[in-house]
Write a protein of this length. Structure first.
Length: 391
């Protein structure tokens, strides 16, 4: 904020006795201004307009979409299956990774993820899966409070998905929200204040650079008796010269020529006093905390939680990525599993995640060396289906 200055009372006969009368300093209101908390505004300010929020969402969504998926029942693990084929090529415009990344991204930004099953064939199986934008979807509750339909709105057009049939055309996966029965609470909501602080600190740094990294100040006019006031034309001329010759990036560092009786008094704190860099780092760490991303993976300094990058990456998968993938695959199993066969279960392939390779190798070795376990018990601990009787 540029503090302009500047003169004593004009056109008033009475003079104040205070020595501060010739200076008027304008300050902003003391109340914090927070950005709106709706999904669209948070996405704009916390994802599109903030590098930390953007990177957190991208890291989680891309990592979760890259986790290999297994399909098995109580007897075997499938290498090929119509359900796996549907997930591998969900629609003409997306593959499995693109669809799941979009789904996880919507879930992280809004707390809600929606999948549509479309193009049902003669057997009642969907040919396509599509991700629906969370900000366009609304729940239509019935008399008992449970959703009877979902309404998807684009501009003035609406489409209603009826959920009362034998098969629900829309899968809704939502994060836990203690105060809402129909919508989830996103990490972006929890990190909203930290995102505002980080964005405000960035804007402050940019404004400071535009002003040649110099704090604002006030121009003090002292008359012959120390209580003088500028004439109206003098005041207007001073303000016009300040606006045209000493504001903006083009005038950064330009010296100021003050005439008799005018004195420049710097005001405000320096960047080091305000510690805006530390404020930004603290806000960035809070954003990472809300999303469950170790700050070390984002390159934030001062993180001593994990001994090394590998340990932080393993914790990232165990505490953030895998719970999200497990929740989603469990929902997909309950939604699509009964259509494709009884007892089908979708689950993440932990052996296909490089970050967990050392951990999985130790687990396989420990189970294999446990002589007190039967072969069936070992297969159960490894998450494998039981052997058939003739095997």
């Amino acid at each position: 904020m540029v503090l302009q200055l500047f003169k004593g009372s004009r056109g008033v006969a009475e003079q104040k006795a205070s020595a501060a009368a010739p200076v008027i300093a304008f300050h902003g209101a003391g109340r914090a201004a927070w950005s709106p908390r709706d999904t669209v505004s948070l996405t704009r300010s916390g994802f599109s307009g903030n590098p930390v929020g953007f990177r957190c969402v991208k890291m989680i969504a891309e990592a979760a979409a890259a986790v290999p998926v297994l399909l098995q029942d109580g007897a075997r693990r499938f290498e090929a299956h119509p359900l796996l084929a549907l997930l591998a090529q969900p629609n003409d415009g997306q593959g499995a990774a693109a669809l799941l990344e979009a789904f996880y991204g919507q879930f992280l930004l809004s707390g809600d993820g929606y999948l549509e099953a479309a193009g049902m064939d003669s057997r009642g199986l969907p040919r396509e899966l599509h991700v629906l934008r969370s900000d366009r979807m609304s729940v239509v509750p019935g008399a008992d409070g449970w959703p009877v339909a979902y309404e998807y709105k684009v501009g003035a057009r609406k489409h209603r998905f009826d959920m009362r049939g034998d098969f629900a055309p829309v899968l809704h996966v939502k994060a836990f929200h203690p105060q809402d029965d129909h919508y989830g609470l996103s990490p972006m909501q929890a990190a909203a204040q930290a995102l505002d602080v980080h964005n405000a600190a960035s804007r402050w740094s940019k404004a400071l650079l535009d002003n040649a990294a110099r704090p604002s100040g006030a121009i003090v006019y002292k008359g012959a008796d120390g209580m003088g006031a500028l004439a109206g034309d003098q005041y207007d001329r001073l303000v016009a010269e300040l606006e045209s010759h000493h504001q903006g990036a083009a005038n950064a560092g330009r010296p100021m020529l003050l005439e008799g009786g005018l004195d420049w008094k710097p005001m405000g704190f320096s960047p080091s006093d305000m510690e805006f860099q530390k404020t930004k780092e603290s806000a960035a760490r809070e954003v990472a905390l809300a999303f469950g991303v170790p700050p070390m993976l984002l390159g934030l300094p001062g993180d001593a939680t994990y001994a090394n990058y590998q340990e932080a990456n393993r914790a990232f998968y165990r505490l953030t990525v895998l719970p999200l993938v497990g929740k989603t695959l469990a929902a997909l199993t309950g939604w699509l599993g009964p259509l494709f066969g009884e007892g089908l279960v979708l689950k993440p392939d932990l052996d296909g995640i490089p970050a967990l390779a050392a951990e999985r190798e130790a687990q396989w070795r420990a189970v294999a060396g446990a002589e007190f376990l039967t072969q069936a018990g070992k297969r159960q601990m490894w998450g494998l289906p039981a052997l058939a009787a003739d095997e």
